[in-house]
Design a protein around this ligand. Structure first.
Ligand code: ZN
Length: 328
């Protein structure tokens, strides 16, 4: 898989342009409050950089990178409901690559999750997917497990409609407002949402609430220990406020899950794109790795680039992480 297959350059650039405009239009003169570490709760932070007028700090204790001081949650809610970049993502960006993503992301995701469930002997009779989006993951899961009870939790009206059109059961609510579903799922999944969430601890606690005792929560998100984020840092397109505001390290994920009351927490970084992302960033900005002869040589050669990506996965140094935890 290549970055531009799932994020075509022209669409990505347009999305980033709109995001920068939205950052001004939706957040300009607001009061902002410092937040404690989104992973460990620590209060000692160091300022790292500003982007789109959003400041990012790093937790001195665990190394999490997060946006702080933060505008109000009401600001973010309005932004996600109305902003041009959010609409562009749902109406233009995602539909254009939905079928490619089915092939390159969602089917492999189902296979990977099936393997994980087998390893942990999780019998998934009831699965809730939080932030179900276009419903493609659940649709693919249903192909493998037609008997499973599936629930899409999706607050956005157009996306909830997409899920219904695939004959999925849908709760059109933010997960915090879901009622009557506590202690019922064998597995709650939540893909690529945590990096957007205002209060990750409260969010994780809600996911835990939906799981039956002994059941599991699985989250996939961005990991700050990963290669492309470490190399590109503030120049990474993944750091695109107001969209992405939380980047946890491997140890930070463990702390966050434990604080939310989950046990047997395991973190893997099965990402496939770090090396390709850095290569692409260097193509559009050749000065990025100027003077880094060894790294440039490594990246230029296809076979060493592939080996490097495999190494990153093995050593948990990719910036795409999966975190699983169990409810007692
Ligand atoms: Zn921390």
């Amino acid at each position: 898989m290549k970055e531009h297959e799932i994020r075509p350059e022209a669409l990505l650039n347009r999305f980033l342009e709109l995001t920068a405009e939205d950052a001004k239009n939706y957040f300009s003169n607001e009061t902002r409050l410092e937040v404690s570490c989104v992973a460990c709760g620590g209060t000692q932070t160091k300022h790292q950089f500003d982007k789109n007028d959003f400041a990012y700090v790093r937790c001195v204790d665990c190394g999490a990178l997060f946006q702080s001081p933060r505008p109000t949650i009401a600001n973010f809610e309005l932004f996600y409901r109305q902003s041009k970049s959010s609409c562009y993502y749902a109406e233009v960006f995602f539909p254009a690559i939905a079928e490619t993503r089915r092939e390159k992301i969602f089917r492999p995701r189902v296979e990977q999750l099936m393997k994980l469930c087998e390893e942990k002997a999780i019998n998934v009779k009831r699965l809730f997917d939080v932030g179900a989006g276009f419903g493609i993951f659940l649709e693919e899961w249903r192909k493998c497990f037609p008997q499973a009870q599936l629930l899409a939790i999706e607050p956005s009206a157009p996306l909830a409609r997409e899920c219904r059109s695939k004959s999925l059961e849908v709760v059109e609510e933010t997960v915090e407002n879901v009622v009557g579903r506590d202690n019922s799922a064998d597995l709650v999944t939540c893909f690529e949402v945590l990096e957007h969430v205002y209060d990750p601890l409260a969010f994780l606690q809600v996911l835990r609430r939906l799981v039956r005792p002994g059941g599991y929560v699985l989250v996939s998100t961005l990991c700050i220990d990963g290669f492309d984020l470490q190399v590109l840092w503030d120049k990474s397109n993944q750091i695109s406020p107001p969209h992405h505001i939380n980047f946890l390290p491997v140890e930070g994920f463990k702390k966050l899950f434990q604080r939310a009351g989950l046990i047997n927490v395991e973190v893997t970084t099965p990402g496939r794109l770090d090396v390709d992302i850095v290569r692409n960033a260097c193509k559009s900005n050749p000065e990025l790795l100027q003077g880094q002869r060894f790294l440039n040589n490594l990246l230029e050669d296809d076979s060493s680039a592939t080996a490097l990506q495999n190494f990153l996965v093995e050593q948990r140094k990719s910036s795409h992480a999966w975190v699983i935890g169990q409810k007692k």
